[in-house]
Write a protein that binds this ligand. Structure first.
Ligand code: SF4
Length: 354
């Protein structure tokens, strides 16, 4: 059995696995071996993603196997044209914990129905089939400057139309999904995440975020502001370890720091949008790659960050998106270009709580 490194808060919690229809996918036996390694490490969550993961004939038997090994499995499909009654039933029987449907735009339902735009109706058909089979639904939304003003409506659709358990907001890294000119600004991201924090207490739907590790900084600051407990810190001024225990500071898995990405061919990357290969699970044990890769070790070391992230008290619970830093500056240790925070102190960094 392989064990992961024991850096505080850096255990491997989330494995993203890309499934495509491309050539040379992992064989069923390699996929079983991968799942065994994930289970042995103790990783809690496997996210299977791709344009149409159902192209793998063994998909639901692999999900069934992973859930039998106490791994929570989510399915994130970009295309849902192939959604069927059978797929929804298979997902339910395999014990899937979430099926994520992408919704990046605010669909005007009346316009869509009157114009009978099939592509815009597909998510609703998929949602109906999943709900009819008691498959928990997640709605994924990648934020752009085009949909920023419609996010509240998208959250409403996720909660009230789909009855989704989770609305996951992806902050975006320049990639095939989001072009640089579509990215929101740092101020817009800050405003959005503070709005999301407030919405979490008013909605029944769980609101999560990816590609925004500085959401942890925002949550700490907001909790600190709202607390009337004098033992709670002012996160902008001074933070002690005792106060952090009180607050419950945790790390959001990202970029080789609690999360890794495995391609359809078994290549291991720190994350989906950080295109630097650190190993391959056909040749290496996943736990060894995660623990010993020099690049992953560097990414997990807050003191090796550059720019303002290197001076930030939140660097060990946040550290910024390494994928976005690489995509927008060419330096994977640079400051996260989407974080609006300006560090004012050179205190000891905050440590995540175990
Ligand atoms: S400056 Fe860097 S480490 Fe600090 S909160 Fe922003 S992204 Fe995180």
């Amino acid at each position: 059995m392989t064990t992961t490194q024991t850096l505080k808060g850096s255990e491997l919690n989330v494995v993203q696995w890309q499934v495509t229809g491309h050539s040379q996918p992992l064989s069923t036996s390699y996929a079983h071996h991968m799942i065994d390694q994930i289970a042995d490490i103790g990783t809690a969550k496997l996210v299977i993603r791709g344009d149409n993961p159902m192209q793998r004939k063994d998909l639901f038997s692999l999900i069934d196997y992973a859930t039998s090994r106490n791994i929570s499995v989510s399915l994130a499909t970009e295309g849902i044209a192939k959604m069927s009654v059978r797929a929804a039933a298979n997902a339910r029987d395999a014990g899937i914990s979430r099926w994520a449907i992408r919704m990046n735009t605010w669909p005007d339902l009346l316009d869509t129905l009157s114009a009978f735009r099939i592509s815009e109706l597909r998510p609703f058909r998929a949602g109906y089939l999943l709900a009819d089979h008691d498959v928990p639904i997640e709605i994924d939304t990648t934020v752009t400057n085009a949909n920023l003003k419609h996010l509240e409506q998208i959250a409403d659709i996720a909660q009230y139309v789909f009855g989704a358990k989770t609305w996951n907001v992806e902050m975006g890294t320049p990639s095939k999904r989001v072009m640089s000119r579509q990215m929101v600004t740092a101020d817009q991201a800050e405003h959005l995440l503070r709005w999301m924090y407030k919405e979490t207490s008013m909605r029944t739907i769980q609101i999560t975020t990816t590609d925004a590790p500085f959401y942890e900084r925002i949550m700490l600051q907001e909790r600190s502001k709202q607390s009337h407990d004098s033992s709670m810190p002012d996160a902008d001024r001074e933070i002690t370890d005792d106060q952090l225990v009180t607050i419950g500071a945790q790390k959001i898995p990202h970029d080789g720091n609690g999360e890794i990405f495995i391609s359809h061919q078994g290549d291991v990357y720190p994350s989906e949008h950080l295109p630097l290969i650190v190993g391959n699970i056909r040749k290496q044990e996943l736990g060894d790659v995660y623990e010993h890769s020099p690049l992953l070790q560097e990414l997990r070391t807050g003191d090796r960050l550059h720019g303002k992230c290197s001076e930030c008290v939140f660097r060990n619970v946040c550290g910024g998106s390494r994928a976005r830093a690489f995509a927008m500056t060419g330096d994977y240790m640079a400051a996260d270009p989407l974080c609006a925070y300006v560090p004012t102190l050179t205190n000891s960094p905050v440590s995540p709580i175990q």
